[in-house]
Design a protein around this ligand. Structure first.
Ligand code: XLS
Ligand code: CA
Ligand code: CA
Length: 437
């Protein structure tokens, strides 16, 4: 079998003093942090679409610029097989335990639904074998219901029920393939589930359609016996003007309204949170506060660019804040940290894929160790706990127990007058975080 990443051996942990660019400085899979190994905490995953199907295209360069050895065969199915083999070689050499795909990444779409499904069955058979040979597992599968021209006006939110049916047929198959490969989760990211103009859109109807779709997905999950977690991935816009899964708060409220909350968790992507005008940690915290943070798409945007640039994560503040949220909710459960990120257009060498993932994994490994130390020392928690102390006794306790009312609170204020001014100590807390970094 041909080797695609010649000259690159399995990436080893060499420690913070190593100068070897093809080695981990911080990610030591077996190292224990707070009672679990780093590998168990972080559950890293490689995104098939960016790393193996991405051609380095951008809005002004729609033609691929990379020359990938797995993308040379003339037969599309041979290319698909080569690409899958290249992915497993890469993931194994990197030492990531998981990968993720869209249906159309792993098998090219055919002339009919039948041909597309047959192609998927064939490739999933090969994936089954490669997973067994390497021990690499599927973190999640998803369906690309946004690239084909038929989905121009949406998939489940399309004004044409015929397109809705197509999306259902495609996602049915993608869920079955995910189940066959033992996927830990299935993701719904509504690439075009939104609108481009309100002038031609019945927003209430489109949201009802989406809810009907998700209910059918839940029914199908049960029918096939898939026990993984269903995840919705928020994104505010692009290419639509507005997506119905705008951010974590919007999705949670949508799921609640349509009685879907018990069946779904959220997959939060850093770059989508920032496009929605939030920080990554804001959306993580919001989902986690509801017990609904299921998985993470790790990446970052660019402060100077307004689109979803999907760069690899390198910001230690961001990874530390993210890991604080994950550790405090007791881990990421069936989810993981998926690098939904792509190397830049100019990073055209195969080894750039390794540098990018090594950097992302080291950044999260550092975030993990720093967050665990901050928690162990009670460096932030003791301050936050003290800040809410007034709710643990007296009038505060009565408020939280639902044992008081406006009239009693009015009397309380007449009796006690002005509250004391108390500092939120933001700068001190920032200094404390910096003392760990
Ligand atoms: C695109 C999304 C996509 C989903 C999977 O912006 O991040 O990659 O994660 O469809
Ligand atoms: Ca994503
Ligand atoms: Ca993205």
């Amino acid at each position: 079998m041909s080797e695609f990443f010649r000259g690159i051996e399995k990436i080893a942990y060499e420690g913070p003093d190593s100068k070897n660019p093809l080695a981990f400085k911080h990610y030591d899979a077996e190292a224990m942090v707070g009672g679990k190994t780093m590998a168990e905490h972080l559950r890293f995953s490689v995104a098939f679409w960016h790393s193996f199907k991405g051609g380095g295209i951008d809005p002004f360069g729609p033609t691929p610029v990379y020359d990938r050895p797995w993308d040379r065969a003339t037969d599309p199915m041979q290319r698909a097989e080569d690409t899958l083999r290249a992915a497993f070689e890469f993931i194994t050499k990197l030492g990531a335990p998981f990968y993720c795909w869209h249906d159309r990444d792993i098998a090219p779409e055919g002339e009919s639904l039948k041909e597309s499904n047959d192609r998927l069955d064939h490739i999933v058979g090969l994936a089954e074998q490669l997973q067994a040979d390497t021990g690499v597992r599927l973190l999640w599968g998803t369906s690309n219901c946004f690239s084909n021209a038929r989905f121009t006006h949406g998939a489940a939110t399309n004004p044409d029920a015929h397109v809705f049916a197509w999306a259902a047929a495609q996602i049915k198959k993608a869920m079955e393939c995910t189940h066959r490969l033992g996927g830990a989760n299935y993701v719904f990211w509504g690439g075009r589930e939104g609108y481009s103009s309100l002038l031609n859109t019945n927003m209430a109807h489109e949201q009802d359609q989406l809810a009907r779709f998700l209910h059918m997905a839940v029914e199908h999950k049960k029918a096939i016996g898939f026990t993984g977690t269903l995840l919705v991935e928020p994104k505010p816009k692009e290419p639509t003007k507005h997506q119905y899964d705008y951010d974590a708060a919007t999705v949670l409220s949508f799921l609640r309204k349509y009685d879907l909350l018990d069946e779904f968790k959220l997959n939060i992507e850093a770059n989508h949170a920032t496009l929605a005008g939030h920080t990554f940690e804001h959306d993580l915290q919001l989902a986690s506060a509801d017990g609904k943070l299921g998985s993470i798409d790790a990446n970052r945007g660019d402060y100077l660019l307004g689109w979803d640039t999907d760069q690899f994560p390198t910001d230690l503040y961001s990874t530390t804040y993210a890991m604080l949220v994950i550790l405090k909710q007791g881990g990421i459960a069936s989810g993981g940290i998926n690098f939904d990120a792509k190397v830049r257009r100019g990073s055209c060498d195969l080894e750039d894929l390794f540098h990018a993932h090594i950097g992302g994994m080291d950044s999260f490994a550092r975030g993990l160790t720093l967050a665990q130390r901050i928690i162990d020392d009670g460096a932030l928690d003791s301050f936050v706990e003290a800040r809410y102390a007034s709710y643990r006794s007296g009038i505060g306790e009565k408020i939280m127990r639902g044992e008081t009312n406006f009239a009693e609170l009015e009397a309380y204020v007449h009796q006690h007058g002005e509250p004391e001014k108390r500092s939120g100590r933001e700068e001190m807390l920032e200094n404390i975080v910096n003392s760990y970094l």
